[in-house]
Write a protein of this length. Structure first.
Length: 279
């Protein structure tokens, strides 16, 4: 099955010494169940899949090889008392652009080629980063020029890193002076007073969201998620602030798509207020 170029196959590694290879014809639909120990394959939905007796969760994937080339993914729990998968045969959800797939602990985002054509490429995101930096935004207090770091740097903010007060959106450079007495611990962490408007709120570094597939348009990054500081376009921020994502097994909450941190604040995101160079 592996060496025959005219026959498709699906392989699963069960251990270092055991691999299952299932040969497939090129005409029949691909329909198989993946669990945390065993995968079973079948030619159509009327035949019985191989099922694990100890798995708690399963993912069933069905891909049609003839037009319109639809793909369906089903996730379900496993009832060990009845030795059956729950929901696999009863749920039918055809994937469309933007579909979210809950795999009981991991949430996948399905994007089509047409949907991705409206999103920025990594090259375009880099051009947007350079465009922002070319405008030479400045800290309104220290008057030093700010610059978004390379998207490859995601760990420690550098000295030119822009920071934002999440209560008001004023962008500053990092400063550690003046308002220590005004700092206090709040529900969202350490709160600081903005020198521009006196609003008190979290004070965090800004990072340009670098996963192009999470964007819904290619507009400039003008907004940031609260409280993580990931920057993206307004439509992208508004879209994800409306989407409840699975959290654990019983609850949902909105989250930043770039870091999965739960959103907070009235909207979950804010508009950034930059100050341009004085010259």
């Amino acid at each position: 099955a592996i060496s025959n170029k005219d026959q498709h196959s699906i392989s699963y590694t069960l251990s270092r010494a055991q691999t299952v290879v299932i040969g497939r014809s090129t005409e029949s639909p691909i329909d198989f169940v993946v669990t945390d120990t065993v995968a079973g394959s079948q030619s159509n939905s009327d035949t019985q899949s191989v099922q694990s007796t100890i798995s708690r969760f399963a993912c069933r994937i069905m891909c049609q090889r003839t037009p319109p080339y639809t793909a369906r993914i089903y996730a379900a729990g496993f009832d060990s008392s009845k030795n059956i998968f729950l929901g696999v045969e009863t749920e039918t959800q055809e994937l469309v652009d933007g579909s979210l797939i809950d795999l009981c602990g991991a949430t996948l985002l399905w994007r089509t080629a047409e949907g991705l054509s409206h999103t920025p490429t990594l090259k375009h995101l880099e051009a947007l980063r350079q465009e922002i930096n070319a405008a030479r935004p400045q800290c309104p207090v220290g008057f030093n020029t700010l610059a978004f770091p390379s998207m490859r740097r995601k760990d420690t903010p550098d000295e030119k890193q822009p920071w934002v007060y999440l209560q008001c959106g004023h962008v500053h450079g990092y400063h550690n002076w003046g308002n220590h007495r005004e700092e206090r611990e709040g529900r969202e962490g350490r709160l600081r007073e903005c020198p521009m408007c006196r609003a008190k709120g979290p004070y965090v570094p800004l990072w340009l969201g670098c996963e192009a597939g999470f964007y819904v348009d290619a507009a400039p990054p003008t907004h940031t998620f609260n409280p993580c500081g990931h920057v993206c376009s307004e439509k992208t921020a508004a879209f994800w602030s409306q989407i409840p994502l699975p959290h654990g097994t019983h609850t949902f909450h909105t989250a930043c798509p770039f870091c999965a941190q739960q959103l907070s604040g009235e909207q979950g995101y804010i508009r950034l207020i930059f100050q341009g160079p004085l010259d």
